[in-house]
Design a protein around this ligand. Structure first.
Ligand code: BGC
Length: 726
């Protein structure tokens, strides 16, 4: 990074003297009274601000690697993805933003440390709002410890297109599950006094041509799927910020889309915070301002001098400008970043490891367990083959702006494949100290098969790396790993496959292996979590938050739509005035399991599927109609181990609604000892039973017959009951 100029040094010296004086002066100002509401405080500050100070609040000031020259304030950044100037004389701090999808980004370049939690998709497999809360709280603490007061995490785009390279940053294919979990994550992250964020708003469902793609989708379909996840997340988490996405929706870029920002987010949902553009996702000044974009990142191409000129010429009214500024200030007060400034401190590494391990254990899905091959009994096993690229040293992670830097390594290059130093070979050896545990990288499938043949058990660790900025061509494991598994399984029927992936994978070998664990991108302590499950110290409880299809031919769009120009359009977004190609989401409401259900397509593993080392029985379903219907039933642990069952409730709406066959409407994670039964009662939010009525622009519960179903997965629903609602 360039050295600060002489002028910058003078300014730094001035600020170091002036800031404490400003701080003292600001402390006594009426808006520092914490008993006032964030709105009252924001209004008071707004009245004191000059036009230049207001404009300063509405744009970024560069990002790391782009210092100096035309971005005079670059040196005030904290090393994160961007920052917004404060108003020191009024006690308003700089907003220091960092990416923080599954941990705080760029810690290596900044000489810091961050915990890598399991990926967001992994965490969704826990179906656990409390786990989501712990996830958010850890990231909030580590952000503050590293001097940040705003997260850019909170990815919530539902899995409409499983080849999307960012699927691991999101929370699966169901809007109610994704929205509930992201809301709880944000709530607890923000409780640490950082501004929370939810992104990428909206229908940013593929990465190919993301800066120029036009997502075409009907209003009802959008509101009941992609947007519902945001609506629920906002309602639970109240994030201070919403990040609008790169793509266009129905012809207009998301960051200048009146329907998305002004009418839906700020109108229907009454979002009181600010809209921040994705990086380079702003395309205009006046149009974006009118549509409801409040803050341009990471620079000031449209919201610096051009916005000032538009205000001076009256094209953007003073009231509109003030609305943008008030929203920024309101979120700063509401999240406590003014009252509780971030202070750098040492990250609790051991504490983070502990949480990362626990969350990974709750996120690892046991997909298959023939003849109870798992858990492994260390006292009975003499030899174990550990097979797979890097299984001796680490587990793979997801790339892009979500990437967390592994401890003890240099800053990763953009799109470098990063393996976290969490070694399955070591953790398996520790569990089976008396067994011979040998490693083979799998580079030569024949050699791996020979090792497997001579071992009691073979465990194959396979990976599928994904990242922002790319989509997968299909869901096949790369690098010939299917052939490796086939060779190993042919040599030893006691083959267990552990998958490290960012989305679903296809499994041509599914019938030939005994056990399959989906570990996702498992984070800093993935290998400990996997070993604890393999050897039964932990009873798995996670369930899939997305369907695993049998083949990409079964997807709503077997072929991904790529941008023009030989499949690589300009990725520079900001200069485009309109999108260059369309993706028609004509499957509409039929996202994920709703598609396979409606089309009668068999799947590899259904949404909600996940095995345990015990078994559960369901009985006694009762549904009470009324304002807020309740569903109750009994779950019994019919096996011999204690465990947690994620009991799921689905509803089929009246035929007149023309909805897919069923939708998830609630769930409960129940802890049960062997033989124990518990009565579960879940009250169902009427919105989750409603359809979006475009004509009335609102949710409508259609009168008629509703069928409620309960059980252990979307395709294992032993209980069924019909009631008339409302
Ligand atoms: C990504 C965002 C990210 C931002 C800042 C963009 O390219 O789409 O998710 O927060 O960069 O790094």
């Amino acid at each position: 990074m360039n050295k600060p100029s002489f002028a910058a040094l003078i300014l730094i010296t001035f600020l170091s003297v002036a800031l404490p004086a400003f701080a003292q002066q600001a402390k006594d100002q009426p808006w520092m009274n914490r008993n006032l509401s964030p709105d009252e405080r924001a209004d008071m500050v707004l009245k004191q601000m000059t036009l230049d100070e207001k404009i300063d609040l509405l744009h970024g000031n560069s990002m790391p690697g782009w210092p100096g020259g035309q971005w005079p304030n670059w040196y005030l950044g904290n090393g994160g993805a961007g920052f917004v100037l404060g108003v020191p004389r009024l006690g308003i701090p700089i907003i220091q933003m960092s990416d923080a999808a599954y941990g705080v980004r760029m810690s290596a370049a900044n000489g810091r440390y961050s915990t890598a939690l399991p990926s967001n998709l992994a965490s969704a497999s826990s179906w656990d709002p409390q786990a989501a809360c712990e996830y958010g709280a850890l990231i909030g603490r580590e952000l503050r410890a590293q001097g940040y007061n705003m997260t850019l995490g909170g990815g919530t785009n539902i899995t409409r297109e499983p080849r999307n390279g960012r699927t691991f940053e999101y929370l699966g294919e169901d809007p109610i599950l994704a929205g509930t979990l992201v809301g709880n994550r944000i709530k607890c992250e923000q409780a640490q006094n950082v501004i929370g964020d939810i992104k990428h708003y909206a229908v940013n469902d593929q990465e190919s041509g993301r800066n120029e793609v036009n997502s075409i989708i009907g209003k009802r379909a959008m509101r009941e799927t992609d947007l519902l996840a945001f609506e629920i997340g906002l309602g639970i988490g109240h994030p201070g910020a919403v990040m609008c996405s790169y793509n266009a929706v129905n012809g207009t870029f998301a960051c200048e889309n009146t329907y998305l920002l002004k009418e839906t987010l700020k109108g229907d949902w009454k979002f009181p915070g600010f809209v921040v553009s994705d990086w380079g996702g702003t395309h205009s000044t006046v149009k974006a301002s009118h549509a409801g974009l409040d803050n341009e990142e990471p620079l000031a191409d449209f919201y610096g001098a051009k916005l000032k000129a538009a205000v001076q010429s009256g094209e953007v009214s003073q009231a509109e400008l003030d609305d943008h500024v008030r929203r920024m200030l309101r979120s700063e007060f509401a999240t406590g970043i003014v009252d509780h400034p971030a202070q750098k401190s040492v990250v609790d590494v051991e504490g983070g490891f502990e949480i990362a391990r626990k969350l990974a254990e709750q996120s690892t899905v046991l997909l298959k367990n023939s003849n109870n091959v798992l858990p492994l009994d260390a006292s009975k096993i003499k030899s174990i083959a550990i097979i797979g690229k890097n299984a001796d040293m680490g587990m793979v992670s997801g790339g892009g702006s979500a990437q967390v830097d592994p401890q003890g390594a240099k800053p990763p290059e953009w799109l470098e494949h990063i393996w976290f130093p969490t070694s399955p070979l070591k953790t398996v050896k520790a569990k089976a100290p008396n067994a011979e545990v040998q490693f083979n990288s799998g580079a030569d499938p024949a050699a791996a098969a020979t090792l497997a043949k001579n071992s009691d058990v073979a465990i194959v660790f396979v990976h599928q790396w994904t990242s922002e900025g790319m989509d997968l061509p299909d869901l096949t494991l790369p690098d010939n790993q299917d052939a490796l598994i086939a060779a190993v399984a042919a040599a030893n029927p006691r083959t267990i496959v552990v998958i490290e992936s960012g989305t679903a994978v296809t499994m041509p070998w599914v019938d030939n292996v005994s056990g399959i664990l989906e570990a996702w991108y498992a984070g800093s302590k993935g290998a400990d979590a996997v070993a604890n499950i393999l050897f039964g110290d932990v009873n798995p409880s996670a369930k899939l938050p997305m369907t695993f299809p049998r083949s990409v031919a079964d997807l709503p769009h077997p072929k991904l739509v790529y941008p023009p120009q030989n499949g690589r359009g300009p990725e520079t977004g900001s200069v485009l005035t309109k999108p260059t190609f369309d993706v028609h989401y004509d499957e509409g409401l039929k996202v994920g399991y709703k598609w396979y259900d409606a089309e009668n397509k068999p799947v590899l593993f259904p949404f909600g599927h996940g095995l345990s080392y015990t078994t559960y029985g369901y009985s006694n379903l009762k549904v009470t109609a009324g304002q807020q219907p309740t569903v109750s039933f009994t779950v019994k642990n019919t096996g011999s181990r204690a465990g947690f069952e994620i009991a799921q409730i689905y509803a089929a709406l009246p035929a007149s609604t023309d909805e897919p066959p069923k939708r998830l409407v609630g769930w409960s994670k129940v802890q049960l000892n062997p033989g124990e039964s518990k009565d579960v009662t879940v009250s169902i939010d009427p919105k989750y039973l409603s359809i979006f009525d475009e004509a009335a622009n609102g949710w409508k519960l259609v009168p008629g017959s509703y069928t409620f179903m309960a059980g252990g997965s979307s395709q294992d629903l032993p209980l069924k009951s019909q009631v008339n609602l409302p």
